[in-house]
Design a protein around this ligand. Structure first.
Ligand code: M6R
Length: 615
């Protein structure tokens, strides 16, 4: 939540900052702002309520140049979305400007203290408190800015990634992180970039430093990157090479990132399996399983912690691991897990699933697992993010940057990694036969082709979508492996079209939700041919008997359900456990087209942000 960009070098910072904000807009888009030090030595701040385009329009007539600048796109926590609450915030004298991603939990205490000393505030934000505090410490103790930042951060409780400009030192940007991500890019020409993730930096350099917890970095022209901690102890940052192409960061002709990412899925899954599945030998090799074989196969229990879509992938992971490996698995919302005093044994394996690798609740759940002595395994997409760095081992899903706020390719990537993990462990534990293993591995490699076939129904779904735009409520039903698919389909619809939707296990319907069914209520049923097929047909009959309107996702060639449902969407057949990978596609497309019909901003749904770095 909130995106941070910074630049210091010999180019005009403004266009770099605006472009960077656009790349980070998925993290928040209720207001935006930039601060630059002009050639005359003025520290100018420009802010606007709304999206980055509104900030650009606000700045259009102005001649904005500067070689040091910071910028921010906001997802409101403290204070409504407004120009006053937008970042950067000035210090009392106007000498400093600061941007912040995170939450200063004790900001009220700090604010009251400053008010008692005569300070006044122009915004309702916790961020303004921090910049005033830093300046107050700096001026009242005659400290250099770096030291004042260190003293101030010792007083702060909460999460932050911050960047500060000082009018008196136009050759320097100071930044710091604690529980919110920050990456420094090392440019070729004595210049530094700074951002919440690598997407605004990748265009200029492939050399980055992912700041660690508690790091404070000084980006000074003509000097090497200097990193210290809050106690001024020198840190030794590792420079990493990133591999992000511009094509991955742009829409490539699609109207929205979400549609691009839906269509990318077959190739994403190929990338996810590349080097891990040996097609000739029908064998899966995951280095995490080789390195930690004993710890994993002898686990007393797996606990999956995740949020949102990643939690849905976890529910599929539970079925895969329990069915194939006979290891008990619990799936927990990270946000609940962290506060429910969970029983965690040292011989448990905790699997943290996260696209961004920065979700605050999932990170907190990981900390809890570490404290209990459990082994922690990460499944992430964003390379170098906090979760992969705070887990003992893990597997990247390698689906490339996911920019649409509604997660699509990350979900199928996560399910693919969980499938490979379950198969690897099943082979090690000998809980499935060699033949079964071979057949399943081979089928998994065919899933991308089947997804390509499923994507061909895009036009059919586009035509179908308008009839659902009137709906106030929708029900998604599925059983077994398809139950999490129903949950995920409902979440996609809710988040981008704002239609209320519920996912339910089909048989649970008669324990309550059946009361909602009438001719106004579209019911989407995932009814592919699997061991519960006949039972799902009975569930469809129950909906029909109450006047419900059924759209069924069926296995290609299914004539039985065609006679019962109002609409059918045919899917290529695959093994039951891989069906979620194929069945998710029409539900993603359906949510997408319904939202487009309703005129919604698919990539930037209201109130949401891609990366939930606050709890
Ligand atoms: O980055 P993470 O996978 O940890 O994010 C978890 C959720 O915030 C995320 O899946 C969210 O539910 C998406 N908007 C769903 O489309």
């Amino acid at each position: 939540m909130c995106g941070i960009v910074g630049y210091i070098g010999h180019k005009n910072a403004y266009p770099i900052l605006i472009k960077g904000l656009k790349r980070l807009e998925y993290r928040g888009y209720d207001s935006a702002g930039v601060a630059l030090i002009s050639e005359e030595g003025n520290l100018n701040v420009y802010k606007a309520k709304g999206k980055v385009a509104d900030l650009e329009a606000h700045c259009q007539e102005k001649d904005i140049t500067g070689y040091a600048g910071i910028a921010h796109t906001r997802w409101a926590t403290h204070g409504e979305p407004s120009s006053a609450n937008a970042h950067p915030h000035y210090s009392a004298s106007g000498r400093l400007a600061l941007i912040h991603n995170g939450i200063i939990e004790n900001y009220l205490t700090l604010k009251e203290n400053l008010i008692s000393r005569g300070f006044t505030f122009k915004s309702d934000t916790d961020t303004e408190v921090l910049v005033q505090l830093i300046e107050h410490i700096m001026l009242s103790n005659s400290l250099p800015l770096l030291e004042a930042v260190q003293v101030a951060l010792h007083q702060v409780i909460g999460a932050y990634a911050i960047a500060i400009l000082d009018r008196e030192h136009p050759d320097t940007v100071i930044c710091a992180r604690q529980s919110s991500p920050l990456v420094v890019g090392l440019g070729s020409d004595n210049e530094f970039y700074l951002a919440s993730d690598t997407s605004p930096i990748a265009e200029y350099t492939d050399k980055v430093v992912f700041l660690n917890e508690g790091d404070i970095a000084v980006l000074q022209l003509g000097k090497k990157l200097q990193v210290v901690n809050m106690d001024n102890v020198k840190q030794h940052p590792k420079v990493k090479q990133i591999d992000v192409t511009l094509g991955q960061l742009e829409k490539g002709g699609y109207p929205y990132f979400m549609l691009k990412e839906i269509f990318e899925q077959p190739d994403c899954l190929r990338n996810c399996m590349r080097g891990r599945i040996n097609v000739d030998a029908d064998r899966i090799t995951l280095s995490a399983v080789i390195d930690y074989r004993k710890r994993l196969i002898e686990a007393r229990r797996f606990i999956i912690v995740a949020c949102g879509t990643s939690w849905h992938a976890g529910l599929i992971g539970k079925q895969l691991i329990e069915n194939l490996c006979r290891i008990p698995v619990e799936v927990e919302y990270a946000s609940e897990f962290r506060y429910c005093n969970p029983v965690i044994y040292p011989d448990d394996v905790v699997i943290a699933i996260s696209q961004s690798g920065e979700t605050a609740d999932t990170l907190a759940a990981i900390n809890l697992a570490h404290e209990a002595g459990a082994f922690v395994f990460g499944i992430c997409n964003a390379i170098g993010a906090s979760i992969p760095r705070q887990t003992q081992t893990g597997v990247y899903i390698h689906v490339g940057p996911e920019i649409g706020v509604a997660s699509t390719k990350a979900f199928t990537g996560q399910v693919t990694v969980l499938s490979m993990l379950a198969l690897c462990l099943a082979a090690e534990r000998k809980t499935i036969s060699a033949e079964q293993y071979k057949q399943m591995v081979s089928e998994l490699t065919k899933v991308p082709e089947k997804m390509e076939e499923a994507l061909k129904i895009n036009k059919q779904i586009e035509k179908l979508a308008p009839i659902f735009t009137y709906a106030k409520n929708c029900l998604y039903l599925g059983r077994g492996y398809n139950y999490p698919v129903a949950l995920e389909g409902a979440l996609k619809l809710k988040e981008i079209s704002y239609i209320h939707a519920e996912g339910y296990p089909a048989a649970e319907m008669k324990h309550g939700p059946i009361a909602l069914i009438d001719s106004e209520m579209p019911v989407f049923v995932i009814a592919t041919r699997d061991k519960l097929y006949e039972k799902v047909i009975s569930n469809i009959q129950e909906v029909r008997a109450r006047g419900g309107r059924v759209t069924a996702l069926v296995t290609k060639g299914d004539e039985q359900i065609r006679k019962l449902a109002d609409h059918v969407i045919e899917l290529p057949d695959t093994l039951e456990c891989f069906q979620p990978l194929v069945a998710s596609i029409p539900l993603q497309l359906l949510a997408y087209h319904i939202a487009v019909c309703k005129g919604k901003d698919v990539d930037r749904p209201r109130n949401l942000a891609k990366s939930v770095t606050v709890e």
